[in-house]
Every structure is written in structure tokens, then in C-alpha cells.
Write a protein of this length. Structure first.
Length: 75
């Protein structure tokens, strides 16, 4: 009795190669999905993002930005 009958049987090396390729595609797709989801949801909190946008638009100056950021961080 052979220990690994599938290498000489109907599946052969082609089946093994397809199985390995499908695992690479599966893990690659899972990693790609994780990267897309992490990029879609920013790491900064929403209040900080709004504050940064207001600074970029010129609605507030740097001093007001620093004061408001410290206020947000203390909560």
C-alpha cells in the first residue's frame, strides 16, 4: 500500500498545482480585502478630521486648531 496514492492517481501533480494556486488566490484575495477595508476607514477620529479640514480651508488659524485639538484630546 502506497503512502501517498494521489500523486500517481487521478489527481496527479496537476491537481496539486491547482490546489496550491487556489490557496494563493484565496490568501491574496483576503489580504487585498483587508487592505481595501483599512484604507476605506481612516484611522483619525471624525472630530479630528473635521478640525483638520477647517484648518485647511482657513476657517480657523493654527492657534485655534491647537486649542481645539487639546480640548478634544482631553475628553
Amino acid at each position: 500500500m502506497e503512502m501517498y496514492p494521489y500523486y500517481d492517481g487521478p489527481m496527479g501533480w496537476g491537481g496539486f498545482a491547482m490546489m496550491a494556486l487556489s490557496m494563493l488566490v484565496f490568501w491574496g484575495g483576503l489580504i487585498a480585502l483587508a487592505v481595501v477595508l483599512l484604507r476605506r476607514f481612516p484611522h483619525a477620529r471624525p472630530a479630528h478630521r473635521i478640525l483638520e479640514e477647517r484648518l485647511a480651508k482657513g476657517e480657523i488659524d493654527a492657534e485655534a486648531f491647537d486649542q481645539l485639538r487639546r480640548t478634544l484630546d482631553s475628553r
